[in-house]
Design a protein around this ligand. Structure first.
Ligand code: MG
Length: 388
């Protein structure tokens, strides 16, 4: 039984080591909403909302999540009895549609609090809830394979250099962001640089359409390059055209933005829109939905992997725990802290070994990392607390 007695929301601004360019300008810091949950026994859990500053990946943003959390979700969750962490999902869905990233921040915090209460590492608690983790030898892994997503570069030569560097660092899978006009030649350059020594995939973030012949030709050329997968080539609402494209391609399509729920997975399986799913627990409303999608995909023989949203070390802890489930059979976007942050908000920071593996903390209850509350205080730009 979990009953929240206090919830504190903060927005922190965490400086990125490497600023990145978007259509809206240069982003040099990540605005992140953190949630601090506490119960009457003094058990605390920190969680993270993965929404970004702008509605480019998702319709949710830092500010819409702040609104949803402060106006509806936190007041409704506070003081309510959650018999199990699984029960949080229905409670959060009862009066609020959508707002999945905002809901996930509360829901996943409740899972972490339950893990601490039961003296279990978060990964072990999740494994106990998955129908596909209860067989001998299929509990949580103690290490997870890590991949890297490389942003669009100015030239094919630049992406080749970046790919070589990522391979030298140990990453098991290299994923290139692509867009029309910066695709085939860039991927060929990376393919030559990697020379079969790491798995290579691409992510188009919805930027192609089957109405455009140049787009179709590019997708057909990409299909001939032996990629592990082509992620989210078409519009996020369009499972039908993804199915049409998948029929024409040999390369598996992976869906990311298109999958917000188990119902979306059912539609994907029925239409045969894709053969791989990228699960981000924030995108689907939290762990209950993420585990359900994991299990449904496992039953259908569809591999899944864990995507990333430029999380701090707190969000990373949740992703690493989820990625330890058995059907996460492709490397996740679980880069170590040092890729993004000069100093992470957790200790120890997340590390990756030279073989591209991140250790799952199975030796401690809860998240398995300590929160640097002093640093978080220094980075906080707004804060609000709710008590019962
Ligand atoms: Mg993606």
């Amino acid at each position: 039984m979990i009953r929240l007695s206090r919830v504190t929301l903060r927005e922190i601004n965490l400086a990125l080591i490497e600023p990145f360019q978007t259509s809206a300008g240069v982003v040099d810091k990540r605005r992140i909403v953190l949630v601090e949950l506490a119960n009457a026994d003094g058990i605390e859990a920190w969680s993270e909302c993965v929404a970004e500053a702008l509605p480019t990946y998702s319709s949710e943003t830092v500010d819409t999540c702040w609104l949803a959390l402060t106006e509806w979700l936190v007041p409704d969750a506070l003081g309510r009895a959650f018999p199990t962490p699984q029960s949080a999902r229905a409670a959060l869905d009862r009066n609020v549609r959508g707002h999945r990233m905002a809901k996930a921040a509360i829901e996943m915090g409740i899972w972490a609090m339950a893990a601490s209460q039961r003296g279990l590492p978060l990964a072990a608690l999740l494994a106990g809830e998955s129908a596909h983790a209860d067989k001998p030898g299929t509990g949580p892994r103690d290490v997870v394979e890590t991949g890297i997503a490389l942003g669009i570069q100015q030239t094919p030569a630049a992406i080749a250099t970046r790919s070589q560097k990522a391979m030298a660092e140990g990453y098991r899978r290299i994923k290139l962001k692509i867009e029309p006009g910066r695709d085939v030649e860039f991927v060929k350059a990376a393919t030559r640089a990697i020379n079969g020594r790491a798995s290579l995939s691409v992510d188009a973030n919805c930027s192609y359409t089957l109405d455009n012949q140049a787009h179709v030709r590019a997708l057909e050329e990409l299909d001939s390059l032996g990629l592990a997968m082509i992620e989210q080539p078409l519009h996020h609402d369009d499972l039908v055209h993804h199915a049409e494209l998948q029929r024409r391609l040999t390369t598996p399509i992976c869906l990311d933005e298109s999958i917000s729920s188990e119902a979306d997975v059912e539609a994907m399986l029925t239409l045969r829109s894709a053969r791989v799913v990228n699960i981000k627990p924030g995108r689907v409303g939290g762990f209950a939905q993420a585990i359900a999608i994991h299990d449904r995909c496992a039953g259908a023989g569809v591999p899944v992997w864990c995507g990333g949203m430029y999380e701090s070390g707190i969000g990373r802890a949740y992703n690493v725990a989820l990625a330890s489930l058995p059907n996460f059979s492709e490397p996740g976007d679980l880069s170590p802290s040092a890729r993004y942050w000069a100093r992470d908000v957790v200790t120890p920071p997340w590390m990756m070994d030279e073989n591209g593996m991140v250790r799952v903390p199975l030796d401690k209850p809860g998240l398995g990392v300590d929160i640097d509350a002093g640093l978080i205080d220094d980075l906080t730009v707004r804060r609000v607390s709710f008590d019962v």
